[in-house]
Design a binder for this molecule. Structure first.
Ligand code: HEM
Ligand SMILES: Nc1nc2c(c(=O)[nH]1)N[C@H]1C(S)=C(S)[C@@H](COP(=O)(O)O)O[C@H]1N2
Ligand SMILES: [Mo]
Length: 411
């Protein structure tokens, strides 16, 4: 069994661990905030209602979430590599407080690794688990943030001096002038014989400083590289470089990706049936409208992005009818909530609730056309919902029914 002091690589240094940790910690804060925004836009609360503006809001926050999420992969690996010799610290437990500290690190490592692995797999639409990704990811987010707070609190006495020791000092050390670096673990008095060590010899301070700076530079370059190769799924001009992203936002019928096809949603026949009618229900009764009836209404053009929760997004130009005009046909007002149901039977995305603030927006459409053509079947023909600043999962395709909800009971 190796001992903590057997790991001689100069990278196992509190200044390295603290710097990588600061980046990872910052990333986790960003992930937590953008994650909560995503949660609140899918599970609205009365005290923080989301609205339709700015139209690119969800696109930005979820794009940041997934891009920063990808960037966490190299950061987490670097952090674990720099800090792992502490696993071999002996005695393993020095008392109840130390046990608590070690326990919080175990929770932190487990929860963060779990969060990043499941998050990335979800983006690639790989679901090797039985649980609901969304709720487990949401619950684990609180565990991650809680254990980060405990960890930073406990380690503050190490973190502060480690971060204060600036890069300038590392440089001075490199040229032979600086102080001896503090070690991540207490130095062994006598190097134990017979155990292979990372670097073997007692470290040369200049060389060690160079290795540390080299490691930090490699981490920074790798992380920026991951960002550069992912962010194109949100930022259109960088799309050609988004080789790590599973979706190319430029590829799909009418220039827009498709997550769920009409065939896989089981609506290929019902959606193309000429007998299709939009069933509108409100306080004033029920009306059935054919696609021709809808095309005969006041047409509106809106530029509204599809911003998938999985990170890809793309702007599109839609033509259709304002939802508030439809609501008015059945005696509703622009403040009423509207329940939107798809022809699709079952599945979490087969219906969505459109809160009143979105109904009122002039860019909230029952879209009939996309990019100047009739909607492609896979984009929701004969009619689909599009509203600004709304997660992709709520932009219901193949709409069959819209029901005006009034406080105190439906319709
Ligand atoms: C490590 C820290 C992370 C935290 C604290 C975090 C937090 C959250 C939270 C709170 C949500 C909202 C869940 C909900 O709507 O109920 C969320 C959603 C999401 N996260 Fe993360 N996340 C983290 C890492 C990641 C990573 C690494 C990825 C992948 C690259 C990722 C991908 C996603 C996706 C795709 C969603 C949307 C899921 C959906 O609505 O279907 N997350 N995250
Ligand atoms: N009925 C229904 N609507 C749906 C879905 C679905 O599976 N079924 N998928 C949603 C998701 S996850 C996204 S990102 C958008 C994608 O729209 P698009 O295929 O036109 O790009 O549609 C949404 N509307
Ligand atoms: Mo999506």
């Amino acid at each position: 069994m190796p001992r903590a002091e057997d790991f001689r690589s100069p990278v196992h240094d509190p200044r390295v661990v603290a710097r990588v940790g600061a980046l990872l910690g910052g990333a986790i804060v960003v992930l937590f905030v953008t994650g909560l925004l995503s949660h609140l836009s899918q599970n609205p609360v009365p005290w923080l209602p989301f609205g339709p503006s700015p139209s690119w809001g969800y696109r930005l926050s979820q794009g940041v979430h997934v891009t920063v999420g990808f960037a966490c992969v190299p950061l987490l690996l670097a952090k674990l590599y720099a800090a792992y010799p502490r696993l071999f610290e002996r005695p393993a437990l020095r008392g109840p407080l130390h046990a608590l500290e070690r326990g919080s690190v175990a929770v932190l490592v487990a929860a963060t690794t779990f969060q990043i692995v499941t998050g990335v797999l979800n983006v690639f639409q790989v679901y090797p688990w039985k649980f609901s990704f969304l709720w487990v990811h949401y619950a684990a987010a609180w565990v991650v943030v809680g254990s980060v707070v405990v960890h930073v609190g406990v380690k503050l006495p190490v973190i502060v001096p480690a971060l204060r020791s600036s890069v300038a000092e590392l440089r001075a050390e490199e040229s032979g002038g600086g102080p001896r670096p503090p070690s991540v673990v207490p130095p062994a008095v006598v190097p134990p014989a017979g155990v292979a060590a990372d670097q073997g010899q007692e470290e040369d301070p200049a060389q060690a400083a160079t290795s540390r700076r080299g490691f930090l530079a490699a981490v920074a370059v790798t992380t920026l590289g991951v960002v550069a190769l992912t962010v194109g799924q949100t930022v259109r001009p960088l799309a050609p470089f988004a080789v790590l992203a599973p979706r190319d936002p430029r590829v799909g019928p009418q220039g827009l990706p498709v997550n769920k096809t009409a065939r896989s949603a089981g609506v290929a026949d019902t959606a193309t049936d000429p007998a299709w009618r939009l069933v509108l229900t409100g306080p004033g009764g029920t009306r059935e409208l054919s696609r021709d009836d809808l095309l005969a209404m006041d047409a509106v053009t809106a530029v509204v992005p599809i911003a998938c929760v999985e990170g890809w997004s793309a702007t599109a130009t839609w033509d259709g009818v304002r939802v508030r005009d439809l609501v008015a046909l059945v005696g509703g007002t622009a403040d009423d909530d509207v329940q939107v149901d798809s022809l699709q039977q079952g599945g979490s995305y087969a219906s969505s609730l459109l809160p009143g603030a979105y109904v009122a927006a002039e860019d909230t459409l029952l879209a009939l056309r996309l990019a100047g053509e009739d909607l492609d079947l896979d984009h929701g023909y004969p009619a689909r919902l599009v509203a600004p600043n709304r997660p992709g999962v709520l932009q219901t395709k193949w709409v069959a029914r819209m029901t005006v909800l009034r406080p105190g009971g439906a319709a």
